[in-house]
Write a protein that binds this ligand. Structure first.
Ligand SMILES: NC(=O)c1ccc[n+]([C@@H]2O[C@H](COP(=O)([O-])OP(=O)(O)OC[C@H]3O[C@@H](n4cnc5c(N)ncnc54)[C@H](OP(=O)(O)O)[C@@H]3O)[C@@H](O)[C@H]2O)c1
Length: 270
Protein backbone atom coordinates (compact mmCIF):
# COMPACT_ATOMS: atom_id res chain seq x y z
CA UNK A 1 0.00 0.00 0.00
CA UNK A 2 1.22 3.51 -0.84
CA UNK A 3 0.20 5.87 1.96
CA UNK A 4 0.16 9.57 1.00
CA UNK A 5 0.24 12.31 3.63
CA UNK A 6 -0.28 15.96 2.66
CA UNK A 7 -2.70 14.55 0.08
CA UNK A 8 -4.77 17.76 -0.15
CA UNK A 9 -1.69 19.89 -0.82
CA UNK A 10 -0.12 21.09 -4.07
CA UNK A 11 2.21 18.10 -4.47
CA UNK A 12 -0.13 15.63 -2.75
CA UNK A 13 -3.10 16.22 -5.05
CA UNK A 14 -0.90 15.81 -8.11
CA UNK A 15 0.61 12.66 -6.61
CA UNK A 16 -2.81 11.11 -5.97
CA UNK A 17 -3.56 11.80 -9.66
CA UNK A 18 -0.24 10.25 -10.74
CA UNK A 19 -0.97 7.12 -8.71
CA UNK A 20 -4.34 6.73 -10.41
CA UNK A 21 -6.30 6.58 -7.19
CA UNK A 22 -4.46 3.46 -6.00
CA UNK A 23 -3.00 5.21 -2.95
CA UNK A 24 -4.41 5.62 0.54
CA UNK A 25 -4.58 9.31 1.37
CA UNK A 26 -4.16 10.62 4.91
CA UNK A 27 -6.47 13.61 5.43
CA UNK A 28 -7.45 15.61 8.48
CA UNK A 29 -11.20 15.68 7.69
CA UNK A 30 -13.44 13.07 6.03
CA UNK A 31 -14.85 15.57 3.50
CA UNK A 32 -11.30 16.10 2.18
CA UNK A 33 -10.93 12.37 1.57
CA UNK A 34 -14.30 12.12 -0.13
CA UNK A 35 -13.33 15.01 -2.44
CA UNK A 36 -10.07 13.27 -3.41
CA UNK A 37 -11.98 10.24 -4.64
CA UNK A 38 -9.51 7.61 -3.44
CA UNK A 39 -9.15 5.35 -0.43
CA UNK A 40 -8.47 7.54 2.61
CA UNK A 41 -8.00 7.53 6.34
CA UNK A 42 -8.46 10.43 8.74
CA UNK A 43 -5.18 11.11 10.52
CA UNK A 44 -2.85 13.82 11.72
CA UNK A 45 0.93 13.95 11.58
CA UNK A 46 0.89 15.25 15.17
CA UNK A 47 -0.61 11.87 16.16
CA UNK A 48 1.60 9.37 14.30
CA UNK A 49 -0.42 6.40 15.56
CA UNK A 50 -3.42 7.83 13.65
CA UNK A 51 -1.63 6.87 10.41
CA UNK A 52 -2.12 3.14 9.81
CA UNK A 53 1.09 1.58 8.49
CA UNK A 54 1.90 -2.07 7.84
CA UNK A 55 5.13 -3.90 7.04
CA UNK A 56 6.10 -3.28 3.42
CA UNK A 57 3.98 -0.12 3.00
CA UNK A 58 5.53 2.82 1.13
CA UNK A 59 4.99 6.21 2.76
CA UNK A 60 4.94 9.65 1.14
CA UNK A 61 5.61 12.05 4.00
CA UNK A 62 4.88 15.71 3.27
CA UNK A 63 3.14 18.67 4.87
CA UNK A 64 3.32 22.42 5.14
CA UNK A 65 5.63 23.91 7.78
CA UNK A 66 4.39 24.83 11.25
CA UNK A 67 6.19 25.16 14.61
CA UNK A 68 5.58 21.49 15.45
CA UNK A 69 6.77 20.27 12.03
CA UNK A 70 10.10 18.70 13.10
CA UNK A 71 8.70 16.87 16.11
CA UNK A 72 5.71 15.60 14.14
CA UNK A 73 7.73 14.41 11.14
CA UNK A 74 10.27 12.72 13.42
CA UNK A 75 7.42 10.98 15.24
CA UNK A 76 5.93 9.71 11.98
CA UNK A 77 9.35 8.42 10.86
CA UNK A 78 9.72 6.53 14.18
CA UNK A 79 6.22 5.12 13.69
CA UNK A 80 7.15 4.04 10.13
CA UNK A 81 10.35 2.38 11.34
CA UNK A 82 8.48 0.47 14.07
CA UNK A 83 5.85 -0.65 11.53
CA UNK A 84 8.43 -2.02 9.10
CA UNK A 85 7.64 0.40 6.27
CA UNK A 86 9.62 -0.42 3.11
CA UNK A 87 10.37 3.17 2.10
CA UNK A 88 9.74 6.79 3.07
CA UNK A 89 9.73 9.38 0.29
CA UNK A 90 9.66 12.88 1.73
CA UNK A 91 9.84 16.48 0.52
CA UNK A 92 12.60 18.72 1.85
CA UNK A 93 14.18 21.77 0.24
CA UNK A 94 17.39 22.13 -1.76
CA UNK A 95 20.24 23.22 0.51
CA UNK A 96 18.60 22.29 3.84
CA UNK A 97 20.88 21.85 6.85
CA UNK A 98 19.98 21.48 10.52
CA UNK A 99 21.45 24.91 11.30
CA UNK A 100 19.78 26.83 8.43
CA UNK A 101 17.11 29.50 8.83
CA UNK A 102 13.35 28.79 8.92
CA UNK A 103 12.13 25.92 6.74
CA UNK A 104 15.66 25.10 5.58
CA UNK A 105 16.56 24.34 9.20
CA UNK A 106 13.35 22.45 9.98
CA UNK A 107 13.85 20.27 6.93
CA UNK A 108 17.50 19.76 7.80
CA UNK A 109 16.52 18.40 11.21
CA UNK A 110 13.72 16.21 9.85
CA UNK A 111 16.00 14.87 7.10
CA UNK A 112 18.75 13.99 9.59
CA UNK A 113 16.27 12.02 11.69
CA UNK A 114 14.98 10.12 8.65
CA UNK A 115 18.51 9.28 7.49
CA UNK A 116 19.32 7.82 10.93
CA UNK A 117 16.03 5.91 11.23
CA UNK A 118 17.00 2.72 9.44
CA UNK A 119 14.00 3.03 7.08
CA UNK A 120 14.95 3.16 3.36
CA UNK A 121 14.57 6.80 2.33
CA UNK A 122 14.32 9.11 -0.65
CA UNK A 123 14.49 12.85 0.02
CA UNK A 124 13.14 15.18 -2.66
CA UNK A 125 14.95 18.51 -2.39
CA UNK A 126 13.25 21.00 -4.72
CA UNK A 127 13.89 24.69 -5.20
CA UNK A 128 10.92 27.13 -5.13
CA UNK A 129 7.67 26.10 -6.81
CA UNK A 130 6.39 27.85 -9.96
CA UNK A 131 2.93 27.65 -8.37
CA UNK A 132 3.87 30.45 -5.93
CA UNK A 133 5.11 32.99 -8.44
CA UNK A 134 1.89 34.49 -9.85
CA UNK A 135 0.33 34.51 -6.37
CA UNK A 136 3.07 36.84 -5.15
CA UNK A 137 2.16 39.59 -7.67
CA UNK A 138 0.26 42.43 -5.97
CA UNK A 139 -2.57 44.57 -7.37
CA UNK A 140 -0.05 47.03 -8.79
CA UNK A 141 1.73 44.27 -10.70
CA UNK A 142 4.76 44.11 -8.40
CA UNK A 143 6.45 41.30 -6.56
CA UNK A 144 9.18 41.86 -4.03
CA UNK A 145 12.32 40.06 -2.99
CA UNK A 146 16.00 40.32 -2.09
CA UNK A 147 17.32 38.03 -4.79
CA UNK A 148 19.20 40.73 -6.72
CA UNK A 149 20.24 39.32 -10.09
CA UNK A 150 20.44 35.80 -8.63
CA UNK A 151 18.97 33.04 -10.75
CA UNK A 152 16.49 30.39 -9.59
CA UNK A 153 15.41 27.31 -11.53
CA UNK A 154 11.83 27.25 -10.20
CA UNK A 155 10.17 23.85 -10.54
CA UNK A 156 6.56 22.84 -11.25
CA UNK A 157 5.22 20.99 -8.18
CA UNK A 158 3.58 18.51 -10.57
CA UNK A 159 7.05 17.40 -11.65
CA UNK A 160 7.91 16.80 -7.99
CA UNK A 161 4.78 14.66 -7.71
CA UNK A 162 5.72 12.72 -10.84
CA UNK A 163 9.17 11.99 -9.40
CA UNK A 164 7.59 10.89 -6.11
CA UNK A 165 5.23 8.57 -8.00
CA UNK A 166 8.15 7.05 -9.90
CA UNK A 167 10.08 6.39 -6.68
CA UNK A 168 7.04 4.99 -4.84
CA UNK A 169 5.98 2.58 -7.58
CA UNK A 170 9.36 1.28 -8.81
CA UNK A 171 11.63 -1.05 -6.87
CA UNK A 172 12.93 0.59 -3.69
CA UNK A 173 16.30 2.05 -4.71
CA UNK A 174 19.31 3.09 -2.65
CA UNK A 175 18.83 5.88 -0.09
CA UNK A 176 19.29 9.16 -1.95
CA UNK A 177 18.56 12.87 -2.05
CA UNK A 178 17.11 14.15 -5.33
CA UNK A 179 17.68 17.85 -6.06
CA UNK A 180 14.79 18.94 -8.27
CA UNK A 181 14.69 22.04 -10.46
CA UNK A 182 13.00 23.29 -13.58
CA UNK A 183 14.89 23.27 -16.90
CA UNK A 184 16.27 26.82 -16.70
CA UNK A 185 17.36 29.25 -14.00
CA UNK A 186 15.94 32.74 -14.51
CA UNK A 187 16.53 36.06 -12.79
CA UNK A 188 13.47 37.60 -11.15
CA UNK A 189 13.48 40.33 -13.82
CA UNK A 190 13.23 37.58 -16.44
CA UNK A 191 10.44 35.94 -14.43
CA UNK A 192 8.61 39.30 -14.33
CA UNK A 193 8.87 39.46 -18.14
CA UNK A 194 7.38 35.94 -18.42
CA UNK A 195 4.56 36.88 -16.04
CA UNK A 196 3.90 40.08 -18.01
CA UNK A 197 3.54 38.06 -21.20
CA UNK A 198 1.37 35.36 -19.66
CA UNK A 199 -0.90 37.54 -17.51
CA UNK A 200 -1.32 40.23 -20.18
CA UNK A 201 -0.55 43.04 -17.74
CA UNK A 202 2.73 44.65 -16.68
CA UNK A 203 4.54 42.82 -13.87
CA UNK A 204 7.68 44.21 -12.27
CA UNK A 205 10.16 42.65 -9.87
CA UNK A 206 11.13 45.06 -7.07
CA UNK A 207 14.45 44.17 -5.48
CA UNK A 208 14.89 45.37 -1.90
CA UNK A 209 17.93 45.44 0.40
CA UNK A 210 17.55 42.78 3.11
CA UNK A 211 16.54 45.25 5.85
CA UNK A 212 13.85 46.84 3.65
CA UNK A 213 12.57 43.42 2.57
CA UNK A 214 12.21 42.50 6.24
CA UNK A 215 10.14 45.63 6.91
CA UNK A 216 8.04 44.90 3.82
CA UNK A 217 7.35 41.32 4.97
CA UNK A 218 6.51 42.51 8.49
CA UNK A 219 3.99 44.97 7.05
CA UNK A 220 2.42 42.03 5.24
CA UNK A 221 1.82 40.32 8.57
CA UNK A 222 4.89 38.20 9.34
CA UNK A 223 6.32 38.33 12.88
CA UNK A 224 9.47 40.53 12.95
CA UNK A 225 11.92 37.65 13.51
CA UNK A 226 10.43 35.53 10.75
CA UNK A 227 10.38 38.49 8.36
CA UNK A 228 14.08 39.19 9.03
CA UNK A 229 15.01 35.51 8.52
CA UNK A 230 12.96 35.25 5.34
CA UNK A 231 14.55 38.36 3.89
CA UNK A 232 18.01 36.98 4.77
CA UNK A 233 17.10 33.69 3.08
CA UNK A 234 16.00 35.46 -0.10
CA UNK A 235 19.34 37.20 -0.21
CA UNK A 236 21.17 33.88 0.33
CA UNK A 237 19.16 32.40 -2.53
CA UNK A 238 20.15 35.42 -4.63
CA UNK A 239 23.80 34.61 -3.85
CA UNK A 240 23.45 31.42 -5.87
CA UNK A 241 22.08 28.69 -3.59
CA UNK A 242 19.44 27.77 -6.19
CA UNK A 243 21.17 29.11 -9.32
CA UNK A 244 22.12 25.84 -11.01
CA UNK A 245 19.70 23.42 -12.62
CA UNK A 246 19.83 19.64 -12.27
CA UNK A 247 18.91 16.89 -14.73
CA UNK A 248 17.22 14.81 -12.02
CA UNK A 249 13.62 15.20 -13.26
CA UNK A 250 14.63 14.26 -16.82
CA UNK A 251 16.85 11.40 -15.61
CA UNK A 252 14.02 9.86 -13.60
CA UNK A 253 11.06 10.60 -15.86
CA UNK A 254 12.65 10.42 -19.31
CA UNK A 255 11.23 13.84 -20.20
CA UNK A 256 12.34 17.36 -19.33
CA UNK A 257 10.75 19.23 -16.43
CA UNK A 258 8.14 21.85 -17.37
CA UNK A 259 9.53 25.29 -18.18
CA UNK A 260 8.04 28.41 -16.61
CA UNK A 261 6.61 29.37 -20.00
CA UNK A 262 4.86 26.00 -20.38
CA UNK A 263 3.62 26.26 -16.80
CA UNK A 264 2.18 29.75 -17.32
CA UNK A 265 0.68 29.03 -20.74
CA UNK A 266 -0.95 25.70 -19.95
CA UNK A 267 -1.84 26.53 -16.36
CA UNK A 268 -2.54 24.04 -13.59
CA UNK A 269 -5.55 21.80 -13.06
CA UNK A 270 -6.10 23.50 -9.67
N1 LIG B 1 6.49 26.23 -1.82
C1 LIG B 1 7.76 26.16 -2.22
O1 LIG B 1 8.24 26.94 -3.04
C2 LIG B 1 8.64 25.07 -1.63
C3 LIG B 1 9.96 24.95 -2.07
C4 LIG B 1 10.74 23.91 -1.57
C5 LIG B 1 10.19 23.01 -0.65
N2 LIG B 1 8.89 23.20 -0.23
C6 LIG B 1 8.35 22.26 0.75
O2 LIG B 1 7.20 21.61 0.22
C7 LIG B 1 6.36 21.23 1.32
C8 LIG B 1 4.95 21.67 1.08
O3 LIG B 1 4.41 20.95 -0.01
P1 LIG B 1 3.04 21.42 -0.67
O4 LIG B 1 3.21 22.82 -1.20
O5 LIG B 1 2.58 20.36 -1.58
O6 LIG B 1 2.11 21.50 0.62
P2 LIG B 1 0.79 22.38 0.82
O7 LIG B 1 0.12 22.65 -0.49
O8 LIG B 1 1.14 23.53 1.70
O9 LIG B 1 -0.14 21.37 1.63
C9 LIG B 1 0.21 20.95 2.90
C10 LIG B 1 -0.43 19.61 3.18
O10 LIG B 1 0.00 19.18 4.47
C11 LIG B 1 -1.17 18.82 5.21
N3 LIG B 1 -0.90 19.00 6.63
C12 LIG B 1 -0.44 20.09 7.26
N4 LIG B 1 -0.32 19.85 8.57
C13 LIG B 1 -0.72 18.56 8.78
C14 LIG B 1 -0.84 17.72 9.91
N5 LIG B 1 -0.53 18.14 11.14
N6 LIG B 1 -1.29 16.45 9.73
C15 LIG B 1 -1.62 15.99 8.50
N7 LIG B 1 -1.52 16.75 7.38
C16 LIG B 1 -1.09 18.02 7.53
C17 LIG B 1 -2.24 19.76 4.70
O11 LIG B 1 -3.51 19.24 5.04
P3 LIG B 1 -4.80 20.22 5.23
O12 LIG B 1 -5.43 20.32 3.86
O13 LIG B 1 -5.64 19.47 6.20
O14 LIG B 1 -4.30 21.53 5.75
C18 LIG B 1 -1.96 19.68 3.20
O15 LIG B 1 -2.45 18.47 2.64
C19 LIG B 1 6.95 21.89 2.57
O16 LIG B 1 7.71 20.94 3.27
C20 LIG B 1 7.84 22.96 1.99
O17 LIG B 1 8.89 23.34 2.85
C21 LIG B 1 8.10 24.19 -0.69
Amino acid sequence: MIVVTGATGTIGRALIGELGGSARAVVRRPDQGEALGCDFVVGDLERPESIPLKPGDRLFLNSSLWPGFVRAHQGVVDHAAAAGVAQVVTVSVRGATSSSLLGFGMHGQADAHLKASGVPWSILAPVGFMQNLAADVDEEGRFFGSYGKGRVGYVDARDIAAVAARLLTGPVGPDATYELTGPEALTHDEIAAELTRALGRPVRYVDLPVEEAAVHLEKRGLPAGTAADLAALMSQIGDGRWASTTTTVADLLGRPPRSLREFLDVGTPD
